[in-house]
Ligand binder design. Structure first.
Ligand SMILES: Cc1ncc(COP(=O)(O)O)c(C=O)c1O
Length: 437
């Protein structure tokens, strides 16, 4: 038996386990914009945990809702039965979605939301008599979680190469990242709308009648903050319409105010057929995800089915009472505090701060949208990712939580932050970059 505090048993996700366990950095408490580290110091949260704590840490309303619900009813199944909180959470969430996307399927994570959306897309094509449309299209550098569906349509090699052949019949659009043309863009880059034409290329290659759906992140986060070029998403929408292909937006990180609206779809004025969500849905206090589905898509699957179960999919914890209660409380906070506007109100100040790092040591690009920032570093020769990881560790030790992916620093602070926090984030980063090798 290991001792309770032994570090060996917990095989940590997406972690250099040996590195961490040799030099653990732990959190023990969180409140507002800050964590408290086990070593005792405060750590300013510039990443909203993992892009999920949009309303700030330790929100009493959410904690209370969870506590109350746990005391009343710990669990109730949603297979052939129900409980009121799940229906209320779905109705409230539907009100925030773009017009027409008002059918909600609950899941427990972003990964599950992606696999659910892909399965709904396939079920829809079959239900409308287009069962030959089985092909799924993702994008290079895309991150759609870690389920087999998600890694198949995803485009990050590290997340794929350990896991065999993945789903058959998947293809990928080219990614939109182009430093030669778009470095140091403020907001949406100018160049690259034409990259959406890649979908036409895949239609020509495979035949539209074989393609069920295309999935992209409106703003890609985990791959290092890739912001859609102006006109790109609309062009993708137009091509999908032309060929009767479903468009799925993976908004696991962009929904709930990150780019200044309830969804990135609203911000960019492009409405997909399905939206994947998680993270900010409950402010991360209880795991929960969701897929918002266009009503017409839902109706084809449900109305065309033989009497009985229409979609053979779901999770024991779909619409879990504690998660539903947390979601209702969280959506209430977003509305009461106008948090979806916060990223717009602060966008210029944030953008100035992000771009103040242009010219700092090792920086080869700065990019921003809403309350998202990406700072790309020149990889250390022969040792890619090491420089950014050193920045990450130093930042933690100096009281700042950032996220790094490859050699890119990704920032996504809670939406409650003040200008003084922005000053602190970029002051610390500038100082660290100046001292790192
Ligand atoms: C765009 C996107 N999709 C899916 C996921 C997976 O979410 P989860 O880790 O909750 O499964 C993430 C997580 O960061 C994400 O950024």
């Amino acid at each position: 038996m290991t001792e309770p505090n032994d570090l060996a048993a917990f095989w940590m996700p997406f972690t250099d386990n040996r590195g961490f366990k040799a030099n653990p950095r732990m959190f023990v408490a969180a409140e507002g914009m800050h964590y408290t580290a086990a070593a005792g110091h405060e750590v300013l949260d510039a990443t909203g945990g993992l892009w999920c704590v949009n309303a700030g840490h330790g929100r009493r309303e959410i904690v209370e809702a969870i506590r109350r619900t746990a005391g009343e009813m710990d669990f109730a199944p949603t297979f052939q039965l129900g409980h009121p909180l799940a229906f209320e959470a779905a109705s409230r969430l539907a009100l925030l979605m773009p017009e027409g996307l008002d059918r909600i399927f609950f899941v427990n994570s972003g990964s599950e939301s992606v696999d659910t959306a892909l399965k709904i897309a396939l079920a829809y094509q079959k239900a409308r008599g287009q069962g030959g449309r089985t092909r799924l299209i993702g994008r290079e550098r895309g991150y759609h979680g870690v389920g087999f569906g998600g890694i198949s349509v995803g485009g990050i090699v590290g997340n794929r190469r350990q896991f065999g052949t993945l789903l058959a019949g998947v293809d990928h659009l080219r990614h939109t990242h182009d430093l030669a043309k778009n470095a140091y863009s403020r907001g949406q880059p100018l160049h690259g709308a034409d990259l959406a034409d890649d979908l036409e290329r895949l239609v020509t290659l495979h035949g539209a009648e074989t393609i069920a759906a295309v999935i992209v992140e409106p703003v890609a986060g985990s791959t290092g903050v890739l912001i859609p070029p102006q006109g790109y998403l609309q062009r993708l929408r137009d091509i999908c319409d032309r060929h009767d292909i479903l468009l799925i937006f993976d908004e696991v990180i962009t929904a709930f105010g990150r780019v200044g609206c309830a969804t990135a779809s609203e911000r960019f004025g492009v409405t997909p057929d399905l939206i994947c969500m998680a993270k900010g849905l409950t402010n991360a206090a209880v795991p929960m995800g969701a897929v918002a589905v266009r009503r017409s898509v839902h109706d084809v699957v449900v109305d065309n089915a033989a009497p009985g179960i229409e979609l053979f999919h779901g999770y024991t914890y779909s619409g879990h009472p504690l998660a539903s209660a947390a979601a209702i409380a969280t959506l209430g906070i977003y509305q009461a505090e106008g948090l979806f506007n916060k990223a717009i109100e602060l966008e210029d100040y944030w953008a100035d701060a992000v771009h103040s790092l242009q010219g700092a040591a090792h920086v080869i690009d700065c990019r921003n949208i809403g309350l998202i920032g990406g700072i790309e570093l020149e990889p250390r020769p022969g040792a890619p990712t090491k420089r950014a990881m050193e920045v990450f560790h130093r930042a933690f030790d100096q009281g700042l939580l950032i996220r790094v992916t490859g050699d890119i620093i990704a920032l996504s602070p809670p939406l409650i932050l003040e200008k003084s926090h922005i000053d602190e984030i970029f002051g610390k980063l500038a100082a660290i970059l100046a001292t790192i090798e």
